[in-house]
Design a protein around this ligand. Structure first.
Ligand SMILES: Cc1cc2nc3c(=O)[nH]c(=O)nc-3n(C[C@H](O)[C@H](O)[C@H](O)COP(=O)(O)OP(=O)(O)OC[C@H]3O[C@@H](n4cnc5c(N)ncnc54)[C@H](O)[C@@H]3O)c2cc1C
Length: 290
């Protein structure tokens, strides 16, 4: 199938894009890489009357870096993160996340802003950007609004963006020197969306002992989930002594599910998530440090 007819606009500044979004009413969509929107339009699940293509806006592809972190332009592609064509302020986590997205054709066109605006919790950026404490900059004719990614993502395909707001940048804090990270994507085959996606960040002391743990999980609920109960449990363990079985009850609490429930699908999903979290924790040892 092909999409219905639409009016196409290609602004060259983000201010012009914001004006267009404001003036064209509710039946308008931003298009960036088109890797999620175009399939949906081809299936006629979305039928916008107007498309505002933001890939001609040079400022949206720029990165600014400071000692506290970096702000990536919204149309920075997955490939640019993957090959570190932009600075990675997370000691390689962003690059590793991008490498797992789809396959090269998707990564060449798909953008970080598009992925966050799409809000699919089995995609890489929603979980990873939640885990690193990123904030999006959303522009409209009213000015720029800063929205933490954890507040941007409201549900499956639902965000806190107003219809006339455009993500222009994604601000990522610099990862602390004593933070170690690990990530694990569980998918049926390379190039597929995650069935489970775990990100672990551990704070370590100079003697190598763990002082804090932050764990995030994607593809489990409509939005990424912070595993607060499992974080507490993990802190009491030496990582090498931890087995997946140790994690079952706490991950179940974090996901509000029953380990021994009657729903076989839910039990299977819990097993996948537990193994993904365990592997993300083990991957901490192998990830690069700053
Ligand atoms: C075969 C296939 C496999 C894939 N596998 C994966 C995978 O494994 N992991 C993964 O994470 N993703 C995967 N994707 C999705 C891919 O990463 C998309 O690139 C991404 O989800 C959307 O980015 P985009 O730039 O293409 O956005 P688009 O498709 O252009 O837009 C998506 C949505 O975001 C809105 N939007 C876009 N940019 C902005 C902006 N700056 N401000 C406000 N709204 C905006 C659009 O209006 C639209 O609603 C896959 C896609 C395909 C087709």
């Amino acid at each position: 199938m092909k999409p219905i007819d639409f009016q196409y606009y290609r602004p060259t500044t983000s201010a012009e894009a914001a004006r267009l979004l404001n003036s064209l009413g509710d039946d308008v969509k931003v298009i960036a890489g088109g890797q999620s929107l175009l399939p949906i339009m081809n299936m006629r699940l979305a039928e916008p009357a107007h498309l505002v293509d933001i890939t001609g806006i040079a400022e949206l592809r720029q990165t600014t870096e400071s000692h506290t972190g970096a702000t990536y332009g919204a149309t920075t592609t997955h490939m640019m993160f993957e090959h570190q064509l932009v600075p990675d302020v997370t000691a390689g986590l962003l690059s590793q996340a991008a490498r797992g997205i789809g396959y090269p054709a998707i990564r060449n066109r798909g953008t970080v802003g598009g992925s966050l605006a799409h809000s699919d919790s089995s995609a890489e950026w929603p979980t990873v950007m939640s885990a690193v404490g990123a904030t999006v900059h959303a522009l409209s004719v009213r000015g720029v609004r800063r929205i933490p990614v954890t507040e941007l993502l409201l549900g499956f395909f639902a965000t806190a963006l107003e219809p006339d707001e455009l993500i222009v940048g994604v601000e990522v804090p610099r990862m602390a020197a004593n933070t170690r990270w690990g990530m694990y994507k569980m998918a049926r085959k390379p190039g597929e969306f995650a069935e489970s996606l775990a990100v672990a960040q551990l704070e370590v002391d100079t003697d190598g002992s763990m002082t804090d743990a932050r764990l995030w999980l994607g593809a489990a609920k409509d939005t990424p989930v912070r595993l607060a109960c499992t974080e507490q449990l993990v802190k009491d363990f030496t990582l090498g002594d931890l087995s997946p079985t140790d994690l079952v009850d706490s991950v179940a609490v974090d996901l509000s599910t029953e380990p021994g429930g009657s729903d076989a699908h839910a039990r299977h999903a819990l097993q996948l998530h537990v193994v993904a979290v365990h592997r993300a924790l083990l991957a901490v040892e192998e990830a690069p440090t700053q």
